[in-house]
Write a protein that binds this ligand. Sequence first.
Ligand code: HEC
Ligand code: HEC
Ligand code: HEC
Ligand code: HEC
Ligand code: HEC
Length: 163
Amino acid sequence: MLVRFAFIAALASAFGFFLAPFEQETPEQPIAYSHQVHIEQGLDCATCHTTAATHDQAQIPSVSKCMLCHAAIATEHPEVQKLAAYAERGVEPPWERVYGFTQAAHVIFRHASHINAGVECETCHGDLSQMTVAEPAVHHDMGTCLNCHRESGASEDCAACHN
Ligand code: HEC
Ligand code: HEC
Ligand code: HEC
Ligand code: HEC
Ligand code: HEC
């Protein structure tokens, strides 16, 4: 692990401009899914992102979960017809990721420990009830992780966040 850190650190200083933070854009999604519409219907985050409180990843819902409702709801809507076409072919819509880190940063992030420590989704992802597709509303980098860790007395060890 130390060797890998030295390597990454050398890379970071030699090619710092490649690793410089960039403003993330909202990716184009295969279906115009709207968070706002579904949250207004009273759905919880956990209905779709089922493992946020128990696992590392929050998870993106499968097309079959969407079809539990959309086999019958809004079937004439063109975007729902796109959804149904994926379901028929047995293929997941290729949702583009909004948040995440490059493999080279070797970051460990676990949703469960944060949810169980009482950190709200909104703190790290913004107010999804006002969004259609998810937007990169909150910037995450080592500095933002460490700021909150310092304030809340959580770990500042390199090895806590890097493997
Ligand atoms: C402490 C900050 C933090 C909190 C709190 C948080 N997230 Fe995340 N979330 C992240 C980061 C950082 C990533 C990208 C990390 C990665 O890909 O490993 C991410 C990725 C995701 C993803 C996509 C990848 C995956 O994990 O499946 C979803 C969906 C998601 N979050 C939903 C939620 C929901 C729902 C909640 C509340 C129940 C929540 N998040 C709370 C920081 C947070
Ligand atoms: C619990 C039921 C339920 C689930 C699960 C569900 N939806 Fe919906 N969806 C609705 C309702 C209700 C509407 C609103 C219909 C209307 O306005 O006529 C809707 C509307 C839509 C629309 C129409 C466009 C819009 O924004 O109004 C799209 C597209 C859509 N949903 C996609 C999805 C996708 C993708 C999933 C899975 C990730 C999903 N839905 C899961 C109930 C659901
Ligand atoms: C009906 C299902 C559904 C509900 C309810 C839902 N989401 Fe999502 N979420 C999705 C789908 C589908 C995507 C992928 C499309 C996109 O990025 O907008 C997604 C994407 C995300 C992402 C981006 C993940 C990434 O990195 O690519 C975050 C963050 C997120 N949701 C948070 C939330 C939060 C917080 C709530 C509750 C306030 C919530 N979602 C409620 C279906 C849902
Ligand atoms: C808004 C506050 C906040 C932010 C932002 C935050 N954390 Fe945390 N994190 C916490 C708290 C609080 C704990 C303590 C949880 C506990 O010890 O029960 C924690 C614990 C952890 C742990 C140790 C427990 C585990 O899951 O192994 C890791 C690793 C971690 N965070 C990684 C990250 C990373 C990586 C980021 C940035 C992407 C991040 N955190 C952003 C509040 C935050
Ligand atoms: C609380 C979590 C956390 C801790 C503790 C942490 N890091 Fe990071 N680190 C991150 C995250 C998240 C990134 C990814 C940043 C990005 O991709 O924007 C990162 C990126 C890096 C990078 C890649 C270059 C860069 O700046 O993006 C290096 C090198 C690094 N960390 C070294 C360290 C060292 C050495 C320590 C201990 C002194 C440490 N980190 C402690 C979360 C953490």
